[in-house]
Design a protein around this ligand. Structure first.
Ligand SMILES: CC(C)(COP(=O)(O)OP(=O)(O)OC[C@H]1O[C@@H](n2cnc3c(N)ncnc32)[C@H](O)[C@@H]1OP(=O)(O)O)[C@@H](O)C(=O)NCCC(=O)NCCS
Length: 161
């Protein structure tokens, strides 16, 4: 298995959109941020197939998430169902954090709903021990007008690298 960065077109294909025009507002937001260099798409490739995804945003309007300098936001962390529970997600997020540290990022943030107890446990184990705040908007999930969509309560957690 190979952990690597991937392109905005690979993201669209993974999200099963034929092209940019037919993509959802959120998919277009991710696409534009990856192509401008403000976001990086990381994945695990297994026999030519992308089986995981994790996105790094460098700068967002809400600087508690990502400040364009030394704080980056991790989001849309997924491993394909049939591959879960085998350490693939842990390996991916660790490699991404190592890479971020080497480029000078000091803090990484991640969002999690308090009732997703498996995910909360996973993030605590990975060292996301600081709770920054309660959030009700996901800064990377967009409505039709490209404004952040209201969300169920989630916690913004942080880890010092
Ligand atoms: C969260 C996720 C990316 C972890 O990837 P993974 O490859 O399964 O993770 P690992 O094998 O490295 O670690 C397993 C841990 O993930 C957590 N986990 C969360 N959902 C899980 C699932 N459906 N199956 C297995 N583990 C899961 C568990 O806490 C497990 O830790 P445990 O051993 O203490 O139970 C993956 O489970 C997933 O894609 N879940 C659905 C999407 C999601 O909830 N993303 C996070 C949004 S905050």
């Amino acid at each position: 298995m190979l952990i690597r960065t991937a392109t905005c077109d690979e993201m669209l294909a993974l999200w099963e959109y034929a092209d940019f025009k037919s993509a959802s507002p959120t998919a277009r937001f991710f696409y534009n941020n990856i192509s401008s260099g403000n976001a990086v798409f990381w994945t695990t490739e297994d026999n030519g197939k992308l089986i995981s995804e994790l996105y790094v945003f460098r700068n967002l309007d809400d600087k508690d998430f990502a400040n364009g300098a030394d704080r980056a936001y991790l989001c849309a962390f997924r491993v394909k169902k049939e591959y879960r529970g085998r350490g693939i997600g842990t390996a991916l997020i660790k490699e991404v954090m190592t890479s971020l540290k080497s480029e000078g990022i000091k803090t990484v943030t991640i969002g999690v709903a308090p009732d997703e107890t498996d995910n909360v446990r996973l993030y605590r184990r990975l060292g996301f021990n600081d709770k920054i705040k309660d959030c009700f908007f996901d800064p990377c999930a967009m409505d039709e007008n490209m404004n952040p969509k209201p969300d169920e309560l989630f916690w913004l957690l942080a880890k010092e690298l």
